[in-house]
Design a protein. Structure first.
Length: 422
């Protein structure tokens, strides 16, 4: 399979600049074909919930790409229930880049961005999506909506894409200090954005539907917090790709009935499962899902196994607020990526205790200044709480920027240390 992806990726990259519309159609066809494979020939190593998760996430990429007139290009931390309430389809920028990597084509987009003046040190997720816009491979969306949370690259990427594709953009400012005044401020922006987007899309924002979607999100958060509690004593097989799939669902697919269905299926899988074996790893930030070494260490393994990924819990904020705009705003404002690094570190400690993690891996993705800047605080806080932490440098998207050997050596040494401690 790896050889097929590599060959396909080279074929695509050689045509990005000369035949962008052809490449766009080719990628969509490949994603649809892989979606059929996931549906009819799912990964037998995974539980029913994880198999279902893979098909849901494939729909999240093929839907917006096949209907660009309904697509809203957005950031991972943007509340998306408003989009669904008017039949718009969010396309998460980070998702687009991850799927480009899945097709082996990400580096062509990254090179296009760097050739256009984007710095080599810029986040590769954002370089890939910017390069796709520069080349004309990314279809022109109806609108762009992004937040200031939690990535500095947001401020350049979406503004650049809006200019390149001549698309209206709405920017949601999330204050750095999490508080109720900030919730009210963001709620007002979300309500204003709903009216703005409704005019652009020519579709009415269904307020009753929005309330149902936000109610689904509230229930999803509740169930996923139950799932986290169960993981201390229960195990279901996972892999690095499934962890990223779940992160996407817990952000840009919140509110959808199928997302709630997945959460309940995962809870049921855990309730039926055996006791948790092996060394448990709390994984922070994104991961190098495509790297063979990382796959061989973690995919479907019982020892070690990834008990929880930070991007799957950072915005699981429980709120009883019945105002849908305030409820969405609260998830953004109180997201653990918002505010000082200490908030993120302290939540990691709580989650490590809750799941019985033996150690923590903090993946410092290339170009992510937020995570690199917070690494020392997170490592020290976790160490003080008794959790060994490996700060691991790498790239979540660009396979040419992540040496396999170094990753293998560092993870191997860390796991040996955990084994000695146990």
């Amino acid at each position: 399979m790896a050889d097929v992806i590599e060959t396909f990726g080279r074929y695509v990259q050689n045509r990005i600049n000369t035949r962008p519309l052809y490449v766009r159609r080719l990628l969509l066809t490949a994603y649809r074909a892989y979606g059929l494979k996931l549906k009819y020939l799912p990964d037998k190593n995974l539980s029913d919930a994880k198999k279902y998760l893979a098909t849901l996430c494939m729909d999240c990429i093929t839907g917006p790409l096949s209907r660009p007139q309904r697509q809203v290009l957005t950031s991972m931390f943007t509340p998306c229930e408003i989009f669904y309430a008017m039949d718009a389809m969010p396309m998460c920028a980070e998702q687009y880049s991850t799927y480009a990597n899945g097709a082996g084509a990400e580096h062509g987009f990254i090179e296009a961005a760097e050739s256009a003046g984007i710095a080599e040190t810029f986040c590769s997720y954002h370089k890939a999506v910017t390069g796709a816009a520069i080349c004309g491979v990314m279809p022109r969306p109806a609108a762009i909506v992004n937040t200031s949370l939690a990535c500095d690259a947001n401020n350049l990427t979406f503004r650049k894409a809006a200019s390149l594709m001549d698309v209206p953009q709405y920017y949601i400012d999330v204050p750095y200090d999490p508080c109720e005044d900030a919730v009210e401020y963001v709620a007002r922006q979300l309500k204003e954005m709903g009216g703005w987007l409704s005019d652009i899309m020519g579709r009415r924002l269904d307020e009753e539907r929005l309330c149902r979607l936000v109610s689904n999100s509230r229930e999803t958060v509740r169930v996923m917090n139950e799932v986290t509690n169960l993981k201390k004593e229960r195990y279901v097989p996972t892999d690095l790709t499934s962890e990223l799939y779940e992160a996407l669902l817990m952000h840009n697919a919140m509110g959808l009935p199928n997302t709630l269905k997945y959460a309940k299926m995962l809870r049921d899988d855990l309730l039926k499962s055996a006791a948790a074996p092996g060394r448990k790893i709390l994984w922070m930030h994104t991961n190098p899902f495509y790297q063979k070494t990382a796959q061989s260490i973690f995919n479907y393994k019982k020892d070690p196994w990834i008990v929880l990924t930070e991007l799957c819990y950072d915005d699981l904020i429980e709120t009883d607020d019945r105002d849908p705009y305030r409820a969405m705003a609260a998830r953004a404002v109180y997201d653990y990526y918002n505010g000082p690094a200490e908030r993120r570190a302290e939540q990691a400690v709580r989650m490590a205790h809750k799941t019985g993690a033996d150690g923590v891996i903090l993946f410092c993705h290339w170009g992510c200044k937020e995570t690199s800047g917070a690494a020392a605080v997170i490592e020290e806080t976790l160490a003080d709480a008794g959790f060994p932490t490996l700060v691991l440098n790498g790239d979540g998207v660009d396979r040419q920027n992540s040496p396999d050997g170094q990753l293998s050596t560092r993870i191997g040494a860390f796991l040996e240390m955990l084994e000695v401690r146990s």
